[in-house]
Design a protein around this ligand. Structure first.
Ligand code: AKG
Length: 282
């Protein structure tokens, strides 16, 4: 059995990247995927959409579509659907960055791939949202950690009109008692706080999920395919409907099974018991 976690880097972020995400709630790691990885993921995503448009069927068990409109196709719960999806969610650099942000071992929380297409009418506002505020954060050795981190990679080059992910910088630390509408209204009053991803294909936006974020507005007429994975501390549950495919789990190494299922929490308990057990004096 190979140790799939051996290649996870630590620290995975440079001091400048750490400072950027600390201040703004996000950081962009340019060119994390190479052209061949981008091509394989893109082909798999478009292949799934083509098959769906032809047959109306999902590409396998334990997956679902959040949206199947012409303007927004999204396939959810990816690891078992194609080897390139599995490689993305287990990418050592991405997992390393997630561990660094969470402040400990992580498990996969969600995974999805999207194709966004231009709308007939260009929207004037963003759909800013977040699932949770910063309640479950902690600070250790001067570093801010949060329980829910997302790694979103654009599969095409993104210029200013291509609708890259858009965020309200720094909102990851604003508690939930502040109404979200008030935060959004304040940002529209001074749009310098609204930042949009512009980056070469294969670049990864790493962000605290507590950061107010949205799909960008496509003005260029181009499609915007992307892939993303979210991570949580290992003892948390997967998000609704993102439980790993049970048959696929049986094919994985212990380390990868733990990453997809959170199963390491049981190993962690077993290790604690082993440590507590008296040692054999012989
Ligand atoms: O489409 C995007 O770039 C943003 C994705 C998003 O809103 C999300 O992950 O919650």
């Amino acid at each position: 059995m190979s140790d799939a976690t051996a290649s996870i880097p630590f620290p995975a972020l440079t001091p400048a990247q750490r400072l950027h995400i600390e201040i703004y709630g996000y950081v962009i790691i340019e060119n994390l995927l190479d052209p061949s990885e981008i091509g394989t993921i893109t082909d798999a995503l478009y292949g799934i959409e083509d098959d769906f448009r032809r047959t109306g069927e999902l590409p396998g068990p334990s997956c679902f579509n959040t949206s199947t409109t012409e303007e927004f196709f999204r396939i959810d719960n990816l690891p078992h659907l194609a080897p390139c999806f599995f490689d993305y969610v287990t990418h050592p650099r991405i997992v390393g960055m997630a561990q660094e942000i969470v402040g400990g071992n992580v498990r996969l929380q969600q995974s999805d791939a999207h194709i966004r297409r231009p709308l007939d009418e260009i929207p004037q506002t963003y759909g800013f949202h977040r699932t949770m505020g910063p309640t479950y954060h902690h600070i250790e050795k001067g570093l801010y950690h949060f329980t829910f981190i997302k790694a979103l990679t654009n599969l095409t080059d993104l210029g200013p009109d291509d609708g890259g992910t858009t965020v309200i910088a720094g909102t990851h630390k604003i508690p939930d008692e502040v109404p979200r509408e008030a935060i959004i209204a304040a940002a529209y009053d001074d749009p310098a706080m609204i930042h949009q991803v512009e980056a070469p294909a294969g670049s990864t936006l790493l962000f605290f999920e507590s950061l107010m974020h949205a799909a960008g507005i496509i003005r260029s007429g181009k499609e915007r395919p992307l892939i993303l994975s979210g991570y949580l501390p290992v003892m948390f549950q997967a998000w609704n409907h993102y439980d790993p495919d049970p048959d696929f789990l049986t094919t994985l190494s212990d380390e990868h099974r733990a990453l997809l299922s959170g199963e390491a929490k049981f190993n962690w308990q077993r290790r604690a018991r082993d440590l507590a057990a008296p040692t054999d004096p012989a």
